[in-house]
Design a protein around this ligand. Structure first.
Ligand code: NAD
Length: 280
């Protein structure tokens, strides 16, 4: 069994980003990222701090718009529209989840496609499904880069994705399909999850339920990507896969933490640089 080390690869990607940004800065161009966070969900604030820190490390200028949980939808839209027009901002990221009185789809569609570094705008979602160059959502893109680093070609593999959200499972499905894999996608209403997961050469899980995937649900020698992040009461972070029992059966597996998480942030940096280059 080999560990797919997202932390190590993310460091390589960050170093490359640093070099790319140095060249841009020498030409007087600084990539800029605006982050919008609404409310006081502690996990969201932690993720935003990690993203800000990564930007600082590589030389991306980042600004944070913190808004109270009871802010009106119109005020959020107004702020995004201001950033859409700001020439110093190349990328706009809306930290999810948003408070329940806010229409998340409407907010994500307000970010113009050219600054949509998270790849959530319908225009970019459509382009991804057509295999056109676009902003690809950072988490599934990070998974693809991790597979590539370890020379795992999804072509022809039986893959199973557990979790079908707009930001994780569905773009993951498009990326795998674009890479010529056979894709099976499961969700909360899937009748017998095990029947699907057990067939997979490559099993990708992004649900948010500790120990959802146990040893008996995994094929011998499978490649396992655990996207889930669950914080236990003790403060420990774990994924959706019962790591200790599943790992010995796999050929490759991502740890949590240190697998997909750091890759997500690395892909955000790359997407921001891409937005800057597109502007130029
Ligand atoms: P979500 O709640 O939007 O979607 C969850 C998906 O899982 C849904 O499609 C749902 O139908 C499915 N699901 C729920 N229970 C299930 C079950 N018992 N069996 C099969 N499917 C089930 O969540 P999300 O935003 O897609 O995030 C999923 C997980 O990935 C969370 O743990 C989140 O923290 C994590 N995540 C990690 C990263 C990262 O960088 N590593 C990034 C984004 C999300």
């Amino acid at each position: 069994m080999q560990i797919l080390d997202g932390r190590a690869l993310s460091l390589k990607i960050k170093n490359k980003a640093k070099e790319d940004i140095k060249i841009l800065r020498e030409k007087g161009i600084t990539p800029g990222l605006a982050v919008v966070i609404i409310g006081d969900d502690p996990a969201s604030h932690t993720y935003v701090r990690m993203k800000e820190k990564a930007c600082e490390e590589v030389g991306i200028y980042s600004i944070l718009h913190k808004m109270p949980a009871d802010i009106s939808q119109d005020k959020i839209i107004e702020t995004i529209e201001m950033m859409n027009k700001n020439p110093n901002i190349d990328g706009i990221l809306i930290q999810l989840p948003l408070p329940s009185h806010i229409d998340t789809r409407k907010i994500l569609q307000t970010v113009i496609a050219a600054k949509d570094v998270d790849g959530f705008h319908p225009f970019n979602v459509g382009k991804l499904s057509l295999k056109l160059d676009t902003f690809t959502p950072c988490t599934p893109l990070g998974v693809m880069r991790l597979l590539e680093e370890y020379k795992i070609d999804p072509k022809g593999l039986d893959t199973c994705i557990v979790g079908a959200s707009d930001i994780v499972g569905k773009p993951m499905m498009n990326l795998l399909l674009n890479a010529d894999a056979t894709v099976d996608i499961c969700h909360i209403h899937t009748k017998s999850l095990k029947e699907h997961t057990k067939r997979a050469d490559l099993l990708i899980v992004g649900v948010g339920k500790p120990d959802l995937i146990t040893e008996d649900m995994v094929k011998d020698g499978a490649i396992i990507i655990d996207i889930g992040i669950n914080r236990l009461e003790s403060g420990k972070l774990i994924g959706d896969v019962s790591y200790e029992e599943v790992a010995p059966k796999c050929s490759f597996i991502t740890p949590v933490p240190g697998g997909v998480g750091p890759m997500t942030i690395a892909m955000l940096l790359e997407n921001t640089i891409k937005a800057t280059r597109n502007r130029l």
